[in-house]
Write a protein that binds this ligand. Structure first.
Ligand SMILES: Cc1ncc(C[n+]2csc(CCOP(=O)(O)OP(=O)(O)O)c2C)c(N)n1
Length: 293
């Protein structure tokens, strides 16, 4: 198991203090800075490994950063504390974004990111709860993480625990039927402590979601399944912070976060071939330069 990074923990705690003090502007500046750091790490990790899912990683970055930087009740020094909020990255192919967010939040040293997908590294292509602190459950097969999240929320309700559960789903992932069984179950049991965030970048592997199997009207679908729905810009940290507040109706909350696949690197943005493509040396240089502006 990887160990905590003291400097990262100090930065994490400073951000949390700002939230407690209720001063949003410095916090938003912190979150924007953190997103840039995470995006730069993602590009470097995929360059070193010559593998990864760069489009979906850059798409989900601001969602993960807002969760770990401003919402989740978690402690990098005690990642398994019993009353922690549960977080599941159901679109587990975007492990690089999760690892970079965890490392920049102090769960383990950022230098470990250099080992992404190397032989014997704990940082596998899909997240593993036995190897990486902060990973709640193993994910990768699409459609599996969300049902586990429903189980976590149901367990909280049955045991009277106060933690919240958050699940991030890909929009292409929603084509797995297990998600809609999970959605019905959560609504049936009124799991108001459960929040799903759909990374609505409108692309999946190989094509646009609407060409593969139409998802619209997506917000209406969640509402008709019995969820409280919030539609937001998935790259705006302030919008995300507001959308991630607790349920007001007792229903589970679905956040449809509108994003751009490849966000932050212009030649990767909204292009289907960058689901799984690896940038060459010139492209890595250009990407890092764009991300340092
Ligand atoms: C059950 C299953 N089938 C196929 C795959 C291969 N796969 C990995 S990512 C992906 C596309 C996912 O699209 P989306 O959820 O929209 O993710 P994003 O575009 O945000 O990367 C597919 C088909 C998988 N991981 N699991």
């Amino acid at each position: 198991m990887l160990s905590t990074d003291p400097e990262g923990v100090t930065r994490f705690r400073a951000r949390r203090r700002r939230i407690a003090e209720g001063d949003p502007e410095p916090l938003l500046g912190d979150l924007r800075h953190l997103s840039t750091e995470v995006r730069r790490s993602i590009v470097q990790m995929i360059d070193r490994a010559q593998l990864g899912h760069i489009g979906g990683d850059l798409s989900v970055t601001d969602i993960l950063v807002t969760l770990f930087g401003g919402v989740l009740d978690v402690d990098p020094e005690n990642p398994r504390k019993p009353d922690r909020d549960r977080f599941i990255l159901s679109k587990g192919h975007c492990a690089a974004a999760l690892y970079a967010t965890l490392a920049h939040s102090g769960f383990f040293p950022t230098r470990e990111l250099d080992t992404f997908m190397a032989p014997l590294s704990p940082l596998n292509g899909h997240p593993n709860r036995r190897k990486v602190p902060g990973v709640e459950t193993n994910t990768g097969p699409l459609g599996h993480g969300f049902p586990v999240g429903v189980g976590c929320a149901l367990a909280a309700k049955l045991s009277g625990a106060s933690y919240r559960t958050f699940v991030v789903l890909g929009d292409g992932e929603l084509q797995e039927g297990s998600n809609w069984e999970a959605a019905m179950t959560a609504a049936h049991y009124s799991l108001g402590s459960l929040t799903t965030i759909v990374d609505r970048n409108r692309l999946q592997q190989g094509d646009r979601t609407e060409e593969t199997k139409r998802l619209e009207p997506l917000a209406d679908k969640w509402a008709s399944f019995g969820w409280e729905v919030r539609d937001v810009d998935g790259h705006d940290h302030a919008h995300l912070l507001s959308a991630l507040r607790p349920s007001t109706t007792g229903k589970p909350v679905a956040v449809v976060a509108h994003t751009i696949k490849g966000k932050g690197v212009s030649f990767i943005e909204d292009r289907v071939e960058w689901h799984h493509k690896v940038p060459d040396a010139v492209q890595v240089h250009a990407a890092l330069e764009e991300l340092s502006r």
